[in-house]
Write a protein of this length. Sequence first.
Length: 199
Amino acid sequence: MLISALNGVVTGAGLIIAIGAQNAFVLGQGLRREYPWIVAAICALCDWLLIGLGVLGLGQLIASQEGLMLIARLGGAAFLLWQAWLAMRRAYRCSGLAAGRAVQGSRYRVILASLAVTLLNPQVYLDTLIMLGAIGSTQASPLGFYLGAAIASFGWFFGLVAAAGWLAPRLANPKVWRVIDMLIAIILIAVAAGLLIRS
């Protein structure tokens, strides 16, 4: 079980860290201090659920449905482009948001956005439900692999938020926020373009 768990940590970390759109969103929320721990918890919990379902075999079933995967890719690309537009609008306005100051946003909207950037992003399904699920189901201990991958997800998202919290007071210049939002927009557009090309 220990070997399977270690495989889960390494493989899970490699795939989860590569999900650019989700990471960009989490980092942005962390830098803005807009319910970052709730965002991290939602992303980690969604990963745990998807990885678990994948290990149980659901990932292979979904991967075989080409029409469903096409719809997911197109819908995910549209959502990511919308999020990129919001980031570019923030960069253009450059409202002077202080990095060390908490944002008084809507918790409900942040929760919905966190769920959307996770569950409407086909890359999340490809990496967690399908890839990790397929790999985990072949391990000597699928449960051990699942636990390892879950630990990797938890450590990554909460570590990302913690790092953002450390960076936030050091990013008080509004021009820095403009650069951050533009980088987030570029990442989201790149991921969306990749999804459209594969469609």
